[in-house]
Design a protein around this ligand. Structure first.
Ligand code: HEM
Ligand code: HEM
Length: 232
């Protein structure tokens, strides 16, 4: 049959060329998020608080972008496409427990979606509580003065505790990716880098939207966070 598209006698495509599963905005979002969280950590540990806050603002911008992109973005980026109920999650877990390989899913699978929501929530809590956090000496988030000292102390302790929760979730996230690679011979990382993967036979490639739309959404996100930080 050779490389490329063939047929199995029933008319189904049995082996096709890779198709685009993740658009550029989702991939840029992901890898920038990884870099910026590492940078926010490093700057906090090394007392570079001006840069810590800048990294935090950039993370906030990314989160806002991803929330909007989850509504107006490409098919695999949309929350309505990948957020599923408990039955779908259970079905996926059963499939995972069965021996044998697993094909690439069109977007996040039902279990992965839970991880995506948990990661996004933890990242959002981290960045938003940072806005209200003050070390009481030199550094103060732009909204710290707008809450009582008691509330400020509470949000600061959430900023500290939630970071450990975020680290735990990232550990689980990477462990899950290794499990898919080891047990299911499914490489999820390459598609998140190149955007492309081979889908199971008969699967229709996801619909991608124009990059211009992402540029507009990025502009709105940058302007909103800039306004929040500048005029708060
Ligand atoms: C995802 C983004 C962020 C991450 C991962 C992050 C992480 C951290 C970490 C690990 C610490 C040190 C905690 C400790 O010493 O145990 C810290 C402290 C701090 N963060 Fe963030 N942060 C983020 C966003 C922000 C933002 C947006 C602001 C404010 C604009 C901010 C303001 C602060 C301040 C003022 C402290 C020092 C608190 C103190 O020492 O009392 N952070 N952050
Ligand atoms: C700070 C660390 C990390 C955070 C906060 C994070 C967060 C996320 C989020 C929010 C998504 C969903 C993407 C979207 O739909 O927009 C995702 C997906 C993904 N991440 Fe990460 N990630 C981190 C580190 C990593 C690392 C180190 C790797 C590589 C080993 C990785 C590999 C992936 C892959 C392969 C996916 C797609 C999973 C799928 O096919 O469903 N991530 N990550």
């Amino acid at each position: 049959m050779g490389i490329g598209t063939g047929h199995d006698g029933t008319g189904l495509r049995v082996k096709g060329p890779p198709v685009r599963v993740w658009d550029l905005p989702v991939r840029l979002f992901h890898w920038l998020l990884v870099l910026l969280i590492a940078a926010a950590w490093w700057t906090a540990e090394n007392d570079a608080m001006d840069w810590h806050m800048r990294c935090g603002y950039a993370v906030l911008t990314l989160v806002l972008f991803r929330l909007i992109w989850g509504v107006v973005g490409s098919e695999t980026a949309r929350f309505t496409q990948f957020v599923r109920g408990p039955a779908a999650i259970l079905h996926h877990v059963r499939e995972l427990a069965r021996p044998g390989r697993m094909g690439m899913h069109k977007g996040h699978n039902a279990l992965g979606a839970v991880a995506v929501l948990a990661l996004l929530t933890a990242v959002a809590i981290q960045a938003v509580t940072g806005l209200f956090t003050s070390d009481g000496i030199m550094t103060e988030g732009p909204l710290a003065a707008s809450v009582s000292s008691g509330t400020g102390r509470l949000l600061r302790s959430i900023h500290f505790t939630n970071f450990n929760i975020l680290l735990g979730l990232v550990g689980l996230h990477v462990a899950a990716i290794l499990v898919y690679a080891a047990l299911k011979r499914l490489d999820l990382v390459r598609p998140m880098v190149t955007g492309r993967a081979t889908l199971p036979p008969g699967e229709v490639p996801p619909r991608m939207v124009s990059l211009w739309r992402a540029i507009v959404v990025a502009g709105i996100s940058i302007a909103s966070i800039w306004a929040l930080v500048s005029f708060a």
